[in-house]
Design a protein around this ligand. Structure first.
Ligand SMILES: NC(=O)c1ccc[n+]([C@@H]2O[C@H](COP(=O)([O-])OP(=O)(O)OC[C@H]3O[C@@H](n4cnc5c(N)ncnc54)[C@H](OP(=O)(O)O)[C@@H]3O)[C@@H](O)[C@H]2O)c1
Length: 287
């Protein structure tokens, strides 16, 4: 599917992967609806092609406001061809240091919000007999990694909902569903991640800083969407290998993640609870 002339709604378009996706979509001639909370940042992206961009700010978990937001998005050009559920937030805290409201917030932003938006857009796509829904999960949506119990829970749920949805609508209604599984991509994700008390972390991770260039990641994601692939893995090296190990030798992967968990627990024992910990995905698959 070429993107020229298509109406694409990207959530989380103000930063990172969503921003890069939106810029590339505008470059390729798409009409792009840009959503997120930071209106000024969304406007900067829209400035690339103002005549083909709609800045539509939203708080993804403001459930009562969502139907009107969907109306505005749909009515812009009378359809949405592709919905990219990308907005999300990560976590950096051990379970033992994480308060329940943090789990609730991660579940709401990372899981319930894309479900809510999809549930509102889906009937219109079905009525129209055309559409494509994408959801950005994570390698952490297939593998449980330390410091991310809430994030992994929510991202696993994303894989579950969108895979089940695909089974229901792909043939029955001709609507494609693409689940995207990025590994570490160099964005502000770790800076914006929540810690166990709900506060913003405010600094990056070594693994994110060494991550895939965001424009390369966005290009791969768009290629996968254009080909209507059911799953798109955007991970190289050790992180891509981890998914393969998980499929072929799950016990080996559980052992590797156990070692990483033990390392982090020792760090916490030495420095005390509440300290900021770094995890390094690359360690997960080192021999
Ligand atoms: N970077 C990675 O290594 C990586 C790896 C795997 C998966 N992912 C996933 O990729 C997606 C994009 O992440 P990123 O790396 O691009 O991080 P990012 O730079 O922090 O971008 C996150 C985006 O989500 C939006 N967002 C967050 N909470 C929101 C809310 N409550 N309401 C509306 N919008 C909200 C933010 O917009 P505002 O601040 O304007 O609200 C921002 O545009 C996420 O789903 C993330 O889990 C990233």
């Amino acid at each position: 599917m070429a993107f020229e002339g298509k109406v694409v709604w990207v959530t989380g378009a103000s930063s990172g992967i969503g921003e890069a996706l939106s810029r590339q979509l505008l470059d390729r001639g798409a009409y792009v609806i840009l959503s997120g909370r930071q209106t000024v940042a969304l406007g900067r992206v829209a400035a690339n092609a103002p005549q083909r961009a709609l800045v539509l700010p939203f708080e993804a978990t403001n459930w009562d406001a969502l139907p009107d937001v969907v109306d505005e998005a749909w009515n812009w050009h009378g359809a949405i061809d592709i919905l990219v559920n990308n907005a999300g937030i990560s976590q950096r805290s051990l379970a033992v240091d994480t308060q329940l409201p943090v789990y609730r917030a991660l579940m709401e932003v990372d899981y319930l919000a894309p479900v809510a938006l999809t549930q509102l857009v889906l009937p219109r796509m079905i009525e129209r007999g055309f559409g494509h829904i994408a959801a950005v999960s994570s390698v952490a949506g297939k593998i449980g990694v330390p410091l991310r119990t809430g994030y992994c829970g929510a991202k696993h749920a994303v894989v579950g909902y969108f895979s089940a949805l695909r089974a229901e609508i792909e043939s029955a209604h001709g609507i494609a569903v693409t689940v995207i599984l990025p590994g570490s991509v160099k964005t502000p994700i770790a800076i914006n991640a929540v810690e166990g008390n709900g506060e913003r972390r405010g600094r990056s991770d070594p693994n994110i800083e060494r991550g895939i260039d965001v424009n390369i990641a966005a290009g791969s994601i768009l290629e996968g969407i254009a080909e209507q692939r059911r799953e798109v893995v955007v991970a190289d090296g050790m992180e891509g290998a981890a998914l393969q190990i998980m499929r072929d030798h799950p016990e080996k992967l559980y052992e590797i993640t156990r070692q990483e968990g033990a390392r982090l627990a020792n760090m916490r024992n030495d420095a005390g609870p509440g300290m900021s910990l770094d995890s390094d995905h690359a360690r997960l698959v080192q021999p």
